[in-house]
Design a binder for this molecule. Structure first.
Ligand SMILES: Cc1cc2nc3c(=O)[nH]c(=O)nc-3n(C[C@H](O)[C@H](O)[C@H](O)COP(=O)(O)O)c2cc1C
Length: 187
């Protein structure tokens, strides 16, 4: 086994040295995630953002968690709405992920997209792999993020296609059935 580099050892063996943010990002980059878009609607305005800090918290009842930065425009809107929708993206939705990761006015993000209306009139993007419509059950501020725990009230499954994956700070691409082309390691 390769010896861990100092960056990855920081803090692990009782060291009190502060963890370097770049090292933290690199370490977390080795944790592959899916990619989702979280949408909401507050004061009659649709908004949404790309989110990979999404996980299942409990099965009974079904609860999920999303971690949204305080600085994201969508965060106070989820709070005001009390609802959000998580869309699980497929490999072919990378342009959609890029669109919703941009700091842009909400109407620009939704321009030209096929939208359905879900519970609470929230926008649902058509054609994603899975859609979870959630009611905010708990919200917790943790440092620069707000954690929203959502009760899943309605589910719909789309095509069972290759997922969009984020790894090493970049998107991984579906190659063929059951294979992923991972981004090269950073130098
Ligand atoms: C792959 C990927 C994953 C992201 N995950 C998150 C996340 O989990 N939480 C978050 O607050 N922002 C996340 N972002 C950043 C937001 O999508 C981005 O800041 C967005 O512009 C916020 O939009 P808004 O200000 O219109 O709400 C992610 C971006 C990318 C590209």
């Amino acid at each position: 086994m390769t010896a861990p580099s100092p960056a990855s050892r920081a803090g692990a063996a009782g060291s009190t040295a502060p963890v370097d943010p770049a090292g933290f990002r690199r370490a977390m980059g080795r944790w592959p995630t899916g990619v989702s878009i979280v949408t909401t609607r507050a004061d009659g305005v649709d908004s949404g953002l790309t989110v990979n800090a999404f996980l299942s918290v409990a099965l009974d009842p079904p609860l999920v968690l999303v971690s949204l930065a305080h600085e994201a425009d969508s965060t106070p809107r989820v709070q005001r709405s009390g609802r959000f929708v998580v869309h699980v993206l497929g490999a072919r939705h990378r342009p959609l992920s890029e669109r919703f990761a941009r700091a842009a006015p909400p109407e620009e993000k939704f321009e030209g997209l096929a939208i359905a209306r879900g519970l609470g009139e929230l926008p649902i993007l058509e054609g994603t792999l899975a859609v979870l419509e959630c009611a905010v059950r708990e919200a917790h501020d943790v440092a620069d993020h707000r954690l929203f725990v959502g009760a899943v009230e309605r589910l719909s499954l789309g095509a069972d296609e290759a997922p969009l994956v984020f790894f090493r700070g970049r998107y991984a691409e579906a190659e063929t059935e059951g294979r992923l082309r991972l981004p090269d390691p950073r130098p």
